[in-house]
Design a protein. Structure first.
Length: 231
């Protein structure tokens, strides 16, 4: 297991995932655990995102590493999802990992915006590069829909944990939803609205309402008019 005493890269997440694959799911690191809490805290440490956010570093260095890191942390999160589906009590950890993925995604969108500003529409490869950025956003759209579905899964997660998840999404999910096409934006909003309307816990219902308001306040932002299939 890579050391939890320093920021992690995509390579570290991949190494950690390999270690977890060799463990029984009930031995996975847990949040706040006396033995493994420090490792889990590193899984979701905001400090890991410092590299991608460092504007002094070239985009062509930060961008690929951040894409790889998101893929690597998603793979690690997948192990917790599988464990949860098999009855292992890792609900809080799974939601915390989801929360971290959206922080990564938000940072990645900032880099995508910066990358697009460097492109020359007269470049013969412009349409291809725009299409590549569009594929990145499409992948994040799948995450957004997954989050919307998760918010209604009270049979899987404790309501207090879901409320914390919803609260945390207010700073990241709206930015992602704003990049989706109208149909996918509506799908995400409709699912969260349905969860809100069915909710009986006042605090969680209010949190979902706040999340919907945050999404509605974020204006749609298309990557570029030319973001279609490459020639």
């Amino acid at each position: 297991m890579p050391s939890p005493d320093r920021p992690w890269s995509a390579k570290d997440y991949n190494a950690a995932t390999d270690v977890l694959r060799g463990l029984k799911p009930d031995a996975y690191p847990l949040r706040g655990d006396a033995k493994s809490g420090a490792v889990f805290a590193r899984f979701v440490a905001d400090e890991n995102l410092a590299f991608g956010r460092d504007a002094t570093l070239p985009l062509d260095v930060r961008f690929p590493e951040s894409i790889d890191a998101l893929a690597a942390s998603r793979a690690l999160s997948g192990l917790y999802i599988e464990a949860l589906q098999h009855g292992v009590e890792v609900g809080p950890e799974t939601l915390a990992l989801f929360q971290y993925l959206f922080a990564e995604a938000s940072s990645l969108l900032d880099m995508t915006d910066a990358f697009l500003l460097t492109l020359d529409p007269k470049d013969p490869k412009y349409a291809v590069r725009i299409h590549g950025a569009t594929r990145v956003v499409a992948g994040l759209g799948e995450m957004a829909l997954g989050a919307a579905m998760t918010l209604s899964e009270k049979h899987t997660y404790a309501v207090d944990d879901l409320r914390a998840f919803s609260d945390g999404l207010r700073s990241t999910l709206p930015k992602i939803v704003a990049r989706l096409d109208a149909a996918h934006r509506k799908d995400v909003v409709d699912r969260i609205t349905e969860a809100r309307d069915k909710e009986t816990d006042p605090a969680y219902k209010a949190s979902l309402s706040d999340l919907l308001q945050a999404i509605e306040k974020e204006p749609p932002k298309v990557l570029a008019p030319e973001a279609t299939e490459p020639p």
